[in-house]
Design a protein around this ligand. Sequence first.
Ligand code: NAI
Length: 330
Amino acid sequence: MKVLVFSSKDFEVPFLKVANRGKHKLKFIKDSLSTHTAMKAVGYDAVSIFSADEACFLTIEKLKDFGVKYITLRSAGYDNVNLRAASRLGMKVANVPAYSPYSIAEHAVSMLMALNRKLIESNRRVKQYNFDLNNLIGFDLNEKTVGIIGTGKIGAIMAKIMNGYGCKLFGYDKMQNQELIDNYGLEYVELNSLCEQSDIISLHVPLNSETHHLINEDLISQMKDGVIIINTARGAVIHTDGVIKGLINGKIGALGIDVYENERGLFFKDHSDKIPNDDMLMKLNAITNVLITGHHAFLTHEALTNISNTTIYNLDCWENGNNTENELTK
Ligand code: NAI
């Protein structure tokens, strides 16, 4: 199968080549998929895309016209694909539903610990041979309350890790995970109640019409003073302006985000020669108790191996005339 790999990054190409073992003709390009770049897919059977690519109705319609039959995502999240349009046009879309929930959950915990124990500021001082400890006080995680919003694959691992720290766990999800209740003492509560009682809130829901701006000013006002919010899910699950207000007025103690509401077109590229015109990001960068990483929670050896293997597996299935269980368009 001829496959155009959009948004390919240098670090992932070797993983994809190893997984492919020469089976499919993969062409790697750095452009992200959009209505403007869709025409690059002329003559390809399939395209592979990532979270920064945009497969809206128009883009999918163009891909279809250009003869593309399959879209395989190298991500778990698929909020950037209009699945209804793909289904209607008879195009198959598949994702990598579980490549390593550990990579994301462990990154979320890393952000939490870096913020709580002020590791970045501490290291900055030490690099200048400044061993002053003032303003570096954190808190024990033991016996603190962690609210996990979305207790699916990643949220469940987060719960288990936080249980290991000795935390009390609250969960909010449409579906309850009995194992977390039975073995890790997680208690499912309403969203308001989780926000009122949690010292730390970690987000692990997909972005959809119900979760868009789930964390808004109203909910923030109900949170504990000094709450730490960690978002490794999708940027628009939090209303960023509202969170900035909460940080400035001291309601929110710290914020760790691996994802950002306006990350499309910004993340995954080096903009250091021309600072992006993005007031919200500038404000976030200016606040000391905010830690931002550029959507790299998934970036572990294990995750990249699994993403590549599943991507090639999805293509194999389609080439052999089979369905893949990872299909999102059924
Ligand atoms: P999952 O599908 O296993 O879990 C999501 C959970 O959210 C499910 O339990 C579901 O019932 C719940 N949920 C969905 N909509 C809800 C709603 N409206 N209200 C309450 N609960 C709701 O997904 P997984 O693998 O845990 O991933 C979660 C999200 O993490 C992905 O959708 C993706 O956006 C993000 N992600 C971020 C990555 C990164 O590099 N930062 C990498 C991978 C995923």
